[in-house]
Design a protein around this ligand. Sequence first.
Ligand code: PBG
Length: 339
Amino acid sequence: MNFSLNAMKKSYPNTRMRRNRSAKFIRNLVRETSFSIDDLIYPIFILPGKNKEQPINSMPGKSRYSVDVLIKKIEKLHKNGLNAIAIFPVIDSKKKSKDAKEAYNQKGLVQTAVRTIKKEYPNLGIITDVALDPYTLSGHDGLIDKNGYVINDKTVGVLKKQALSHAEAGSDIVAPSDMMDGRVLEIRQALEKNKFYNTKILSYAAKYASNFYGPFRDAIDSRKNLSESSKETYQMDFANITEASLEIKLDINEGADMVIIKPGLPYLDIVSKIKRECSVPVFSYHVSGEYSMIKSAALKKYIDEESSVLEAMYCFKRAGCNAVLTYYTPEIIKWLNKN
Ligand code: PBG
């Protein structure tokens, strides 16, 4: 077929693009991507203590839960197909410190939660976040020097201990979200040395210094610690694209099994590029700010929530994502099961 512009122009009415859109059955047949509950990872905020549920102001409809409440909340979801969760701790301010040593406390909140959840739901995949921001007084993902600069190699030493403590507790996937250099290699070597051959590393390989993380920082209570300080000395500049390829190739070489590109919808050009360049599973994180934007518009009835969220999920799949972390997971499971 001749695809020159001239030939295309002549093709009407031989070609009418609307023919294949004229009825639902044909739209179904020519649909290029699919999306299912299997593609979802539910990020959840956990609290110390018992019988606690605290709504997150900047994320209407979402709460932080103590582990006992969380177990009850996910029972039905898991029965209805929830495949995996990612847990993020809210650490008591008294346990935050300069050296972030609570991060690798074997009796810490995350480690205890993993053991409890695994016992209850052995087939539910658990992803734990490897980063120090819930644990540092500075609110940064790493340890800082006297000028407030995040020190790379010393931080990696702590991240390695943190990842190992997660693996020992039974985490299936450790997910370094800190953007330090060389941490995937150190974590991989520590896991191998300790015989955690099947513990997977999901690297937040291309994580941008984004304004869309705001509500998350409220949720884990790190915003006031971080104050006016930014994460631009370790997270990527949102103006960059080629740099993402190098970040991802380095992390694959260091031993990452999968990578995350983050945030979600505004960064799908990166996903699409990486899917073409690298043979690696790519996940995307539909982050807190993206959740809150859709939610707020839906609450005001500016957009329809269900159809907008499902559309967003197809966009992730179309760009090439294998899976998506989204706070909308419970709602999506409900919507898909209803049909
Ligand atoms: C930090 C971390 C962040 C998110 C996940 N892990 C925030 C940050 O980098 O400040 C954001 C997720 C979201 O906004 O939903 N380790």
